[in-house]
Design a protein around this ligand. Structure first.
Ligand code: UFG
Length: 334
C-alpha cells in the first residue's frame, strides 16, 4: 500500500533525490518548497508542485485535501552549521517553529506517518565512534539544537496523536543522482565535496582545508560521507517500515560507518578528476567536531537498507558529473 506522500523541500538537494526514489518505486508524490534554496528544475514531471512555505497552514491544508496526503517526508529546513551560529533565531524558526506549524496542520488533516531529516549534528562532539543512536545528544551549534528540538517535539506529539514518525540522522551527504537527474545546485556552497568538484571544474581557484592539527591520523577532520541516492533509498524503506508498523517509531543513523579525512576526500577527487586540485591549508573552522562516524546497524537491521554507492570515488564521480552538467547548461537553475 502506497499512500500519497508530501515531500517538503522536494526542490532541494536531498528532497529532490527522495522524490526521484519515491517516483521510481511507483509512489504518488507532491512537493512543497519555498524555493529559498531549491529549484523547480529538479522536480520531475508528474509531481504536483506547490510553491510556498511549510508554515503556511492554509497551503498545507489545501495540499492534504487536494492530494489525499497521508505521509510526509520532511526535508525543508536550513542546514549550514556556521550560518546557524550567526543567525540562531532563523534556524529555530525554519527548523523548529515551522515544523510545529506543519505538523499541527497535518495532524488535523489525517497525517499518519512522518519521516524527519535529522542530523549527526544532534550528537555534538561525540565521546566515541561509531556513534549509536542512544548515545548522548549534546549539540554544539544552533543547527543541531534546532533539529534535536524537533525530534523531541515529534516524539511527544506522536505519543499523544494518531501518527508515527521516523527521524533519520544524516551524516555527510554528498554525490548526485547517478542518472544525472538531480544534484546539489549550490547557492553559496560550503560542503567539502561540493566545493572540491566546483574547484575541479574551475569555478574556484583552490580548496581550503580547515584545520590540520586535529587529533586524527593526518590532522584533518574525519566524516562519514553518504551518497544522496542511498540516503533517498533509506527514506523509502523507512517509510514502508512506518506504514507496516503504525505503533512503532524509528530513529536511525544514516551513514556507511566508514570515516574519511578531508585529505582522503581530496585525494579521491584528484584521482577521479585526473589532475590535482590546489589545496590551501588553513586554520580550523568554528564548530567542527574532529570525528563523526556512524554506526548504521539499526537502519540496516530494522529496514534492511542496502546501500549501492558506499564508495568515495563513486560519490565523487557522480558529484563531478553533475557539476559538469551544471556548467554546460545554457541557463542557471532558478
Ligand atoms: N571542509 C574543508 N574545506 C571546505 C569545506 C569543508 O576543509 O571548503 C572540512 C570541514 O572543516 C569539515 C569537513 O570538511 O571538517 C566536512 O565539512 P562539511 O562542511 O562538508 O560538512 P559538516 O561536517 O560541517 O556538516 C555536514 C552537514 C551537517 C551535518 C553534518 C553531520 O552540513 O548538516 O555534516 O556530519 F550535521
Amino acid at each position: 500500500d502506497k499512500p500519497p506522500v508530501l515531500v517538503t523541500g522536494g526542490a532541494g538537494y536531498i528532497g529532490s533525490h527522495a522524490v526521484l526514489a519515491l517516483k521510481d518505486a511507483g509512489w504518488s508524490v507532491s512537493v512543497i518548497d519555498n524555493l529559498s534554496n531549491g529549484s523547480r528544475d529538479v522536480v520531475p514531471e508528474g509531481v504536483a508542485f506547490y510553491e510556498g512555505d511549510i508554515a503556511d497552514r492554509a497551503l498545507v491544508r489545501r495540499i492534504f485535501q487536494e492530494q489525499g496526503i497521508k505521509a510526509i517526508m520532511h526535508f525543508a529546513g536550513s542546514i549550514v552549521v556556521p550560518e546557524s551560529v550567526e543567525k540562531p533565531l532563523e534556524y529555530y524558526r525554519n527548523n523548529t517553529v515551522a515544523t510545529h506549524a506543519l505538523i499541527s496542520e497535518a495532524v488535523e488533516n489525517g497525517l499518519e506517518h512522518i519521516l524527519f531529516s535529522s542530523t549527526a549534528a544532534t550528537y555534538g562532539a561525540p565521546e566515541r565512534v561509531p556513534i549509536e543512536e542512544d548515545d548522548p545528544q549534546l549539540p554544539i551549534n544552533p543547527y543541531g539544537q534546532s533539529k534535536l528540538m524537533t525530534e523531541h517535539m515529534l516524539r511527544d506529539a506522536s505519543a499523544a496523536l494518531p501518527f508515527n514518525y521516523g527521524a533519520l540522522r544524516y551524516f555527510n551527504v554528498a554525490g548526485a543522482d547517478p542518472e544525472g537527474r538531480s544534484g546539489q545546485i549550490g547557492k553559496g556552497s560550503t560542503h567539502l565535496i561540493k566545493v572540491a568538484v566546483e574547484a575541479a571544474v574551475g569555478k574556484r581557484p583552490h580548496v581550503s582545508v580547515f584545520g590540520t592539527d586535529y587529533p586524527t591520523p593526518d590532522g584533518t577532520c574525519i566524516r562519514d560521507y553518504v551518497h544522496v541516492s542511498d540516503l533517498a533509498d533509506a527514506h523509502v524503506v523507512a517509510l514502508e517500515y512506518l506504514i507496516a508498523n503504525p505503533e512503532t517509531n524509528l530513529t536511525a543513523n544514516c551513514g556507511y560507518g566508514q570515516g574519511l579525512s578531508v585529505l582522503q576526500v581530496l585525494d579521491a577527487v584528484d584521482k577521479v578528476n585526473g589532475t590535482p586540485l590546489k589545496r590551501d591549508m588553513g586554520p580550523r573552522r568554528a564548530g567542527d567536531p574532529p570525528l563523526l562516524v556512524s554506526s548504521n546497524r539499526r537502519l540496516v537491521e530494522t529496514v534492511n537498507w542496502t546501500p549501492r554507492f558506499a564508495d568515495i570515488e563513486t560519490i565523487v564521480t557522480h558529484a563531478l558529473a553533475w557539476e559538469r552538467k551544471l556548467q554546460t547548461r545554457n541557463r542557471p537553475f532558478e
